[in-house]
Design a protein around this ligand. Sequence first.
Ligand code: PLP
Length: 451
Amino acid sequence: MRIDEHKFFARKLDYDYRMCVKGEGVWVFDADGNKYLDACSGANVSSIGHGVKEIGAAMQAQADTIAYVPPQHFLNQPTIDLCRRLLEHAPDHFTRVMLCSGGSEANENALKIARQYHVYKGNSGKYLNIARWQGFHGNTIVADAVGGTTSRRKISAPMLPEVPHIKPSNCFHCPYHQEYPNCGMLCAKALEDEILQLGPENVSAFICEPVVGSANAACTPVKEYFPMIREICDKHDVLWIDDEIMAGAGRTGKFLAIENWDALPDIAVMAKGLSCGYAPLAAILLSDKVWKAFRDGDYPYIGGHTYNAHPVTATVGLAVLDYVEKNHVYENVEYKGKLLREGLESLQKKHPIIGDVRGLGLFQGIEFVRDGKEPFAPELNVTPRILDRALEKGLIVYASRGCLDGRRGDGLLVCPPLIINEEEIKYIIDVLDETITEIVAELKAEGNYDY
Ligand SMILES: Cc1ncc(COP(=O)(O)O)c(C=O)c1O
């Protein structure tokens, strides 16, 4: 359906959107009867797959009992139960949870919580947030400000508060032109340099994704990175906010992706896979250290939203956890992730256009290169061409553009529902193979690719 055929303020104006009418497992169906394997879970959302009947039934039952409870007057049981259940899955280090409706809102609140923590601890000079280039944290104003995708923040830039960005951890395109492990971990040390430059007395928080999603095709730091980040943040009393909105909720095989490293953040932010898209839900997990600053001083959190403790949404979170536990969903991620990774690496051997395969568990990414590590010119639209061709063939993958420097760098995310089976993983690899073969042939015919 094209933009002039309806009234919805759709994201792309010059695009003939298909109408999606049904979902079942890893598949979604359009109004013309075509089916597509959702190999990006929407955007790391639909981890338990589409059309799980018990989630809808739980929502219905809660909505029939009470759909909305005003959080300023009452608590409600689903909210209490969900916070407890999330903490049972998370490391003991976390002791409190705030719920929100989406990722951007949750990140905004995490940054406000960090600021209030410092004020309550008597350090009211601390207000600056440091972030990384080639990261994404959402589309509201402060979330956009901490985001590090040049093209996304370009128009909003004059409205955004001041946020210093450090270079990302990216071994494929090391911003310091080093080779791991002889690199001196300059990417982690950059955080300390920036804190010292700004003055630790001014810095409130550092925010980053453990495995970068849309901004950098599942780029994953080496094992030393986050322990160093932890040490630097502790040294300068800076809170580390871990944006797990894409990477968390079992996507990498652990409840929190950061559990793949030997370090834990002060605040972890989760969303997408918590409700798997059945309702808008996000969670901010507070470490005991952060929670105590509020608790010990009896300080209130200045913030909150209409839907902070929504019983129907919380019921969805609980029903998803029930499903995950009953079907051992997270436990199977390591094995299926390995199969997916092997498939993508086999494509890399066949197609030199795939420069890098990376990621953890069922959060995998590939980066396309013209030659070695050289990117394609952005005007060639390599990523959208691959995405559109894959879609025509019945496969949905997620774009990651600008992954080299915000403008250049073509990549995509392959992050199917965690309930995917071996045959469906093979389907992803086969369709990607066909798609890449065709696009490579076209690029060659145009004289835009020689390999
Ligand atoms: C890492 C990350 N943080 C934050 C967000 C923003 O979440 P939302 O779109 O729910 O506001 C996203 C969304 O894709 C994300 O991937």
